[in-house]
Structures are given as structure tokens and as C-alpha cells.
Design a protein around this ligand. Sequence first.
Ligand code: SF4
Length: 80
Amino acid sequence: MTAPSVASWRKRAACQGIDPETFYPVSDEDAEEAKAICAVCPVRQACLEHALAHREREGVWGGATERERRRILRQRRKSA
Ligand code: SF4
């Protein structure tokens, strides 16, 4: 079951109604369309934090690809 806080940010997601495949590009180079949508999404930060917390392995979340999220986690570990 989804936690209420997660459900609330998802309801305001800019990607609602957009083909989910857009957010699962085959490479980082193909992620620009998804990133452009995330860039104007009002819940971008919540989405990114969700993906980081749940170690989402695939797709673009909060404007970041899987590779970019790993980099963010590494940077956070270093500065912790
Ligand atoms: S940040 Fe991107 S993937 Fe996350 S909810 Fe918004 S549009 Fe969807």
C-alpha cells in the first residue's frame, strides 16, 4: 500500500498521462524529453527523494537518470 505522503505528491506529478516509456529511456542520451518534463514538475524534489530512498534502479525520477542518482548518493555519502 502506498503511504499517503507519497500518494499526495504523485497526484501533482507533471508526468501524469504521459507515456511511461518516456521515463524509461534506453540510454541517458535519450532522457532529454523526460528531463524536460521533470524540469517543470512541481513535485520534482519529492520524486527525486523517493527514488533515492527506494534505490530505484531504472528510469528518470526527479529529473535524474539512474546514473545521476548514483552520483547524487555518492556525493551525499562523501559529505555526510
Ligand atoms: S519529477 Fe519527473 S518523474 Fe517525477 S513526478 Fe515529476 S515529472 Fe514525474
